[in-house]
Design a protein around this ligand. Structure first.
Ligand SMILES: [Zn+2]
Ligand SMILES: [Zn+2]
Length: 235
């Protein structure tokens, strides 16, 4: 298959790489229909996050169609032919962190959790396409991806919403939503969001959905402020 790969500091290259295969019985293979570039991919690109290796497949925001499942995947949760958005953290669904719905802290999905702990001060879950600190999993800026614990994380899309309408559930919509949710918004609140990039836009939309009286966008880029205005916020 073709995939976007890391090729050294500040260099990426689309090249031929081996197709992913089922390695564990709860894996699925997803044929990718849409994928995104994240702001945090820049940290990999420029070497800020260490342990990238030449040829690593990038991308942690992707969705597509399940084309193969391992024998251990619960058919009540996921089957061949399902259309799914794949969240970026890989979660086992069974450990203490997963039981507490802290999926990004899954204790079973990152074989290099000890190295992550040294770097960040705490371990993290496995993450697609995000260096060997988070497990060295191939990412989704590719034609296909292997998804471990496939009956836990992937969100089935059973409506006719387009890829563009649901793709951002993989990372930046929940990231923005979490920011807004942490504010405990009341109906009389005026909420200002510093930074009107993609996550900021979703934080603003989430603040409104959570009942804010008014949402104000703050940014130095006019096109971002215009986008916020088009969404009904105050720039
Ligand atoms: Zn991201
Ligand atoms: Zn877990």
């Amino acid at each position: 298959m073709r995939a976007n790969t890391w090729a050294g500091r500040n260099k990426v290259k689309v090249r031929d790489v081996p197709d992913p295969k089922i390695l564990n019985e709860r894996d699925a293979i997803v044929r990718i229909t849409s994928t995104a570039i994240c702001g945090s991919d820049l940290h990999l690109l420029d070497g800020y996050v260490p342990t990238m290796q030449d040829g690593d497949v990038m991308g942690h925001e992707f969705m597509g169609e399940v084309i193969e499942v391992g024998q251990g995947v619960d058919p009540g949760r996921l089957r061949v032919g399902d259309r799914v958005v794949v969240p970026f953290p890989i979660a086992c669904g069974a450990c203490g962190a997963c039981a507490a719905e802290l999926y990004s802290c899954c204790e079973n999905s990152n074989p290099n959790a000890g190295i992550a702990e040294k770097m960040f001060g705490h371990p993290v879950a496995g993450i697609f396409g995000y260096s060997h600190l988070t497990g060295g999993f191939a990412g989704g800026q590719a034609q296909y991806a292997r998804v471990p614990f496939a009956d836990v994380g992937p969100l089935k899309i059973e409506s006719d919403l387009t890829d563009e309408q649901v793709l951002f559930l993989s990372d930046i919509l929940p990231t923005g939503y979490m920011g807004a949710e942490m504010c405990d918004i009341q109906s009389t609140d005026v909420v200002a969001v510093w930074g009107a990039g993609p996550v900021g836009q979703f934080a603003m939309d989430s603040a409104r959905a959570l009942g804010a009286a008014k949402v104000i966008a703050i940014d130095k880029e006019p096109y971002r402020l215009q986008m916020a205005e088009r969404a009904g916020h105050t720039a």
